[in-house]
Structures are given as C-alpha cells and as structure tokens.
Design a protein around this ligand. Structure first.
Ligand SMILES: NC(=O)c1ccc[n+]([C@@H]2O[C@H](COP(=O)([O-])OP(=O)(O)OC[C@H]3O[C@@H](n4cnc5c(N)ncnc54)[C@H](OP(=O)(O)O)[C@@H]3O)[C@@H](O)[C@H]2O)c1
Length: 332
C-alpha cells in the first residue's frame, strides 16, 4: 500500500500555472485536498475544477504572496475548509533578466518581495500551524540557481540563495519536532511559462536553456518528499552535474556558468524591456507548460555535453587536490 495522500491537506502557492499547477494535479490524483493560491483568479478556478475532476478536493484562494495578510488569510481559509494544513508548498516565484545596473530598482525589489518575503510569509503561517498540531511538511521551491548562480539574474539568484538559508535556519528551529520537516527543492530548468512571465531588461529575448525537464518531474519529487522528507533535493541531471562541478572546482564553474548560461538563457534576437508578471499577472502563460521542450531541448544530448565537459574538469580538480593531500601525508 502506498503513502496515504488521500485526505492530506496541501497548500500550494503559485498554483495557477507551471510547477504549482502540475503539483496540484499530482496531489489531486492521489486524493489529497489542495488549496490553490496565486493572483490569477480565473486560472485558479480552472485549476480547481481540474483537481476535482482528478479526484481531489480543491479550494482556490486568490492571493498575492508578497502581502502578509493575504497569506495569513490563505491559511485561515484552508483551515476553515479542511480543518488543518499538512503540507505547505511555497512555490510562487518570479524572475527578472538583465544586468544589475540596467534593472529598475523597483523590479528587483519586487522579485525579493515575491520570492523571499512571499516564502517567509508562507513559512511563518505554516510553521505556527505545524507547531500547534505537532506535524507538517514545509517544502520551499528554491532552484538550482540557489546553489549555482547564473548571470543576468542577480535578484533571482539572491532570492533563491536566501530561500535555502531560510530553510536551513527553520530546520534548526524544529530539531525537537520529529514530525515537522523542512525541505528545499532545487529544480534545474523546467518547461513552464516562467521564461514568458519573467521581467526582462537584458535587451535580448529570454529562453529556457537546455536541458529542459518536465514540471511533472518536480511534482513527483514534491510528493516523494512528503513521504520521505529530505533537506535539499536537486531535480534534473544537469543541476546535479553542475553542483558536483561547483564542489570540485568552484572558480572554473563560475567562469563556465558565467559564459554558458548568459548565452543559454538570452537569445541573439532583441527584445523590448518588460516588467513581465512582476507587478501584474499576465494573460499569457496560462498553462502547465511553457513549450520549451522542443527539438533538442529535452534530450540527453545537452546533458551528455555537460558530462563531457564535467568529467575532465572533475578529474582536473581531483588531480589538483591529490598532490596537496599527499604533501600533507608526507609532512605528518
Ligand atoms: N521554470 C524553471 O526553470 C524553474 C526552475 C527552478 C525553479 N523554478 C521556480 O519554480 C517556481 C514556479 O515557477 P514556474 O516555473 O512554475 O513558473 P510560472 O508558471 O511562471 O509560475 C509562477 C507562479 O507563481 C505565481 N505568482 C507570481 N507572483 C505571485 C505573487 N505575487 N503572489 C502569488 N503568486 C504569484 C504565478 O501566478 P500568478 O501570476 O497568477 O500570480 C504562477 O502561478 C518559482 O518559484 C520558480 O522560481 C522554476
């Protein structure tokens, strides 16, 4: 018999599209009650219907996570309707592309407000309830960018590193609570409307850099974490290879990522500045998918290429480390 997802009460922020919507579907399919939060009311209503059709109970609560009172109200509505909250998935997030000197200050403030303060608002209200009831799983969606920064994304990278710090600190606050768990997920690039929604002051069209993984892969991981909580989980082979490289050879990885990811996420063709979905939700990008897994984007080829670069680099780093270890042994 599998894990009893049926009857579990799960709050998901950023549930109107992308990863949040895919995760809502996955929980609903297993009979959970999902409470769906985001700003776009019509899309939340659509997601609510989909979840019911898939077999779960659902409640849509339009919410701007940057507003603490709105997040508090979200938790209250969840408890009024379903009696408690078992899982809180802090997933709502936005991005802005461009060099720090070119991005209007209010745009990167809004990224921090949504990604960092929004996650903290969710964490605070969820933790209060978890502590009162003695159980709960908080899952924070950082990104592999919270471990391996990328260029043209200073505010986003800052926000995602912050989410890892928040999670680690919370973990230390619940050491005496065996049934409360804090998990952080670090997805690699995922096929969602995120890149259409992102603000962009880079002068170039934003695209998803391959390899691109499915939102369902993230949703599966979130469900696995409810069953078997873990502190940090990287999703996607590219992120795992990247994290390993960073450990083995940090400065080489900084240089490689700085060049490759700049070209990977910004196309040659020009683009006008846009604040994307930062301040107001967009009509576009309504669905789970962003349409980025076309052509070679979804295959193992980019991963293979990464491994071909990564393995020699890893060996290089290992060989550099070896002599100093040997020297230490000779001296002692
Ligand atoms: N796609 C990737 O490659 C990738 C990789 C790693 C991590 N992530 C993270 O995954 C999370 C979900 O992104 P996604 O890829 O699924 O893209 P997405 O489709 O753009 O989803 C973002 C979600 O956040 C919601 N949102 C944005 N601002 C909000 C606010 N102020 N209040 C409430 N909800 C808000 C959006 O809904 P409304 O506009 O309706 O409010 C939407 O539902 C983000 O935290 C992102 O950083 C994405």
């Amino acid at each position: 018999m599998g894990y009893p997802f049926s009857g579990l009460v799960v709050v998901i922020t950023g549930a109107s599209s992308g990863i949040g919507r895919a995760t809502a579907h996955a929980f609903a399919r297993r009979g959970a009650a999902v409470v769906l939060a985001a700003r776009r009311e019509d899309m939340l209503a659509e997601a609510e219907r989909e979840c019911r059709q898939l077999g779960g109970e659902a409640l849509a609560v339009p919410t701007d996570v940057a507003k603490e009172h709105a997040v508090e109200e979200l938790a209250q509505r969840a408890v009024e309707r379903f009696g408690r909250i078992d899982v809180w998935f802090n997933n709502a997030g936005v991005g802005v592309f461009g060099r720090i000197e070119d991005i209007p200050t209010d745009a990167w403030h809004r990224v921090i407000q949504t990604n960092v303060l929004g996650t903290m608002h969710g964490a605070k209200t969820a933790m209060r309830r978890f502590l009162a009831q003695g159980h709960g799983v908080l899952i924070n969606n950082a990104s592999i960018v919270g471990r391996l920064a990328k260029p043209d994304s200073t505010a986003y990278a800052t926000s995602k590193f912050a989410i890892r710090g928040l999670s680690e600190s919370l973990r230390q606050e619940v050491l005496d609570q065996p049934d409360i768990h804090i998990c952080t997920i670090l997805p690699s690039v995922i096929d969602t409307p995120f890149f259409q929604h992102a603000a962009n002051y880079s002068g170039h069209r934003v695209r998803a850099a391959p390899p691109v993984y499915t939102p369902e892969k993230v949703a599966r991981t979130v469900l696995e974490l409810v069953e078997h909580p873990r502190a940090e989980t990287i999703i996607g082979g590219a992120g795992k290879v990247g994290a390993l490289l960073k450990r083995l050879s940090p400065s080489v990885t900084t240089r490689l990522n700085g060049r490759a990811l700049h070209r990977g996420f910004l196309a040659e063709d020009p683009s006008d500045p846009t604040s994307g979905t930062l301040f107001r939700p967009m009509r576009d990008g309504r669905a789970v998918y962003g349409g980025w897994r076309k052509g070679p984007n979804n295959g193992g080829a980019p991963l293979l290429a990464l491994a071909l670069v990564g393995v020699p680099l890893g060996l290089l780093a290992w060989r550099r480390w070896q002599p100093s270890a040997n020297r230490r042994r000779t001296v002692s």
